[in-house]
Design a protein around this ligand. Structure first.
Ligand code: ZN
Length: 136
């Protein structure tokens, strides 16, 4: 059964993670508490805690990676909405039963040892949605 606990994070595509982190700190006093390279997604991520949820700053590590291509098409800015699910396999089965496609066949390892998968934005009203099951 699908159980969504909260918005895990909002993903923001940036060209320069250090610069973006400095901007959030200068403007809002919000600090990146964890930086990590996620090879499977060709990104370097920086997470900022905001109450119960987070902002994920995403810098591409590859000129052909999904974030580089996104910025090329639309510029920097809001890129995806991540929902925290209790069990990612159940969540995938739930949306597949409703004919929602996923961008990969199975989940992959995301930041912080989590399991993640992205849903096809054409099947979700134009929003790129990520399911995240955090490390137990
Ligand atoms: Zn994300």
């Amino acid at each position: 059964m699908l159980k969504i606990k909260k918005i895990e994070h909002l993903g923001i595509a940036v060209t320069d993670l250090k610069h973006a982190a400095a901007l959030y700190e200068e403007l809002f006093g919000l600090k990146v508490f964890r930086e990590e390279t996620v090879a499977s997604q060709k990104v370097r991520t920086g997470f900022i805690q905001v109450g119960e949820t987070k902002i994920e700053l995403l810098e591409s590590t590859d000129p052909d990676g999904p974030i580089a291509r996104y910025i090329e098409k639309r510029g920097e800015g809001f890129q995806h909405l991540a929902l925290h699910v209790e069990n990612i396999d159940d969540a995938i089965a739930h949306v597949r039963a409703k004919n929602v496609r996923t961008l990969t066949e199975t989940w992959s390892h995301g930041a912080g040892g989590s399991k993640v998968i992205f849903l096809h934005p054409k099947d979700t009203g134009g929003v790129l949605i990520e399911f995240v099951e955090s490390k137990k």
